[in-house]
Design a protein around this ligand. Structure first.
Ligand code: 4HQ
Length: 248
C-alpha cells in the first residue's frame, strides 16, 4: 500500500513513522509512506500557501491552486483523496477496514481555517478523528495511517493479533495478566491457570461482554450476537437482576 501525506509540516511525521511497527512495515515494503510538502507547490516568490478569506473574518484559507497542484502531483497513480476535517465522517474500525483495501491513499492535512471550498471536487472523502478541534490535520492523518497499517497482511508480527479482534469483534478486550501470579495481594484469576482452553475462551468472552456493558453499552446496541454470546449475556443480566433483588 502507498500513502502520500500532503502537509505543511512533514517533520511532524518523523518519529511516528520511523519507530516500532510502522517503521518495520516500511522496511518490509508492505507500506510506502511519502510526506509531500505543500509549500513546494507555491509559485510566487513568497511561496504563499494561504491567503485572507473573501468576505473578511479571522484566520487564513489554504489556496486552491497550490493544493490542487500538490494533489495532482501524487496522482500519476490514481489514489483515494481524503481530507482530515471535523466535518468528515467520524472514523470507525469499519471505515479503517475499507481504507485498508485501497492501494493508494492521499491524505490532505489542512491548517488555519481550512481549505478553499473549490478544492472539494478533488476530494473523495472527508474523515474526522473525533468531535474536537485540532491545530491541523496532521495528527488525524497519523491516526488513520496507524489504524490502517496494522490491518495490512504481514504488518503485525503475530498474525493472530488482528484476528483475535474478530473473535471479540466490536467488544472491549477482556482483562490481561502476566507474571507474577500475585502482586500486592491481587491474584491472577484461577480460571486462567486451569489449562482448560475452551473454558478460558468462554470466560474471556463473558468478561468482554461484561466490560462492554459497563463501560460502552452503546457498542452492544446494534451488534449481531451469536448463540454463545446470547447465552453469556443472559447469564450476566440474570446475575445482575438477582443482585438487585438481594439489596432491597
Ligand atoms: N482539524 N479530525 C482544522 C481537525 C480534525 C479532526 C483538521 C482542525 C482540519 C483545518 N481533523 N483543520 N477533528 O480538527 O480530523
Amino acid at each position: 500500500m502507498r500513502i502520500d501525506i500532503l502537509t505543511l509540516f512533514p517533520d511532524m511525521f518523523l518519529s511516528p513513522f520511523n519507530e516500532s511497527i510502522i517503521e518495520r512495515a516500511r522496511q518490509k515494503q508492505l507500506l510506502e509512506i511519502n510526506t509531500v510538502n505543500i509549500r513546494g507547490f507555491a509559485r510566487d516568490k513568497h511561496q504563499q500557501v494561504d491567503d485572507y478569506p473573501y468576505g473578511g473574518g479571522a484566520g487564513m484559507v489554504m489556496k486552491v491552486d497550490v493544493l490542487s497542484r500538490a494533489i495532482r502531483s501524487v496522482q500519476e497513480v490514481p489514489g483515494r483523496v481524503i481530507y482530515l476535517s471535523p466535518q468528515g465522517q467520524p472514523l470507525t474500525q469499519e471505515i479503517v477496514t475499507r481504507l485498508a483495501t485501497e492501494e493508494h491513499l492521499i491524505l490532505l492535512c489542512g491548517h488555519y481555517e481550512g481549505i478553499d471550498e473549490r478544492l472539494m471536487p478533488l476530494i473523495d472523502e472527508e474523515i474526522s478523528i473525533g468531535d474536537y478541534v485540532l491545530t491541523g490535520g496532521e495528527i488525524g492523518a497519523m491516526v488513520v495511517v496507524d489504524a490502517v497499517a496494522r490491518l495490512i497482511p504481514g504488518v503485525l508480527g503475530d498474525e493472530r493479533s488482528s484476528q483475535e479482534e474478530s473473535f471479540a469483534g466490536g467488544l472491549l478486550e477482556y482483562p490481561h495478566y502476566t507474571r507474577p501470579r500475585c502482586f500486592e495481594e491481587m491474584e491472577v484469576p484461577a480460571m486462567l491457570l486451569s489449562g482448560h482452553h475452551a473454558e478460558i475462551r468462554r470466560w474471556r468472552k463473558k468478561l468482554s461482554l461484561l466490560r462492554t456493558l459497563l463501560k460502552r453499552p452503546d457498542l452492544l446496541l446494534h451488534r449481531d450476537y451469536d448463540q454463545e454470546e446470547r447465552l453469556l449475556l443472559e447469564q450476566i443480566l440474570f446475575v445482575r437482576e438477582k443482585e438487585k433483588g438481594e439489596k432491597s
